[in-house]
Write a protein that binds this ligand. Structure first.
Ligand SMILES: Cc1cc2nc3c(=O)[nH]c(=O)nc-3n(C[C@H](O)[C@H](O)[C@H](O)COP(=O)(O)O)c2cc1C
Length: 191
């Protein structure tokens, strides 16, 4: 299966970077396959350092903000010990990994990674339809330059039904932030 998580890597000046990213995982999460676009900074960082930390979290507001580069500040984190990287303190679980193989033949590169250390910090809240809707909305928002914003907004309208029914405050804020971002693109307002 592919788990949607949060990957931290280090930029070349050692400042931490956070990007939502899907990872194909095996059953015990000892192996991860990451597929960053070669245009992403996470791709550059994984290629340069060959390491990072994959996190499982239910914080969809953080996921949404990171997806559209609207983090107010880098979230609370601590240095990892097994890799040169950082662990997000708010995440449910984390997996420090080393890249074993890199394949650049496609625009979405393929990094095969081995998990070298892991930790559990808190429970995952559980299935919530609004959280899943925000994950979908965040993926749509990251495609804003490749797609027609009008079509994206139609998908947002469908997802908003689920958000209205099942969201808490965090999911509502995250969804509104993403919708505003796509609306701004629709107006041609690129900030
Ligand atoms: C749930 C989710 C999954 C994502 N998975 C990927 C992925 O597998 N590969 C990728 O290149 N981008 C993926 N993205 C988009 C990146 O997070 C986004 O392009 C980000 O801006 C990259 O940031 P960076 O350039 O700072 O690395 C995903 C976004 C979301 C919301």
């Amino acid at each position: 299966v592919i788990l949607e998580g949060l990957v931290t890597t280090l930029d070349d000046d050692d400042s931490p970077r956070l990007a939502p990213m899907g990872a194909a995982v095996n059953a015990d999460l000892s192996r991860l396959i990451l597929r960053p676009f070669q245009t992403s900074r996470t791709y550059d960082n994984l290629g340069r350092s060959g390491q990072g930390v994959f996190h499982i979290s239910d914080d969809v507001e953080l996921l949404a903000r990171a997806a559209i580069h609207r983090l107010e500040a880098f979230p609370r984190s601590v240095p990892a010990s097994a890799v040169h990287g950082v662990i997000l303190l708010g995440a449910c679980r984390w997996y420090a990994f080393q890249v074993r193989q890199q394949d650049d033949r496609e625009p979405r590169a393929r990094f095969e990674c081995h998990v070298v250390d892991r930790g559990r910090q808190r429970d995952f809240i559980g299935f919530n339809r609004a959280k899943h809707a925000v994950v979908e909305a965040a993926i749509l928002a990251t495609r804003v330059e490749l797609s027609d914003p009008r079509q994206l907004l139609e998908e947002f309208a469908r997802l908003s039904v689920i958000v209205d029914k099942t969201a808490g405050d965090q999911e509502r804020r995250a969804f509104a932030l993403l919708e505003d971002f796509v609306r701004a693109a629709d107006r041609g307002d690129t900030r």
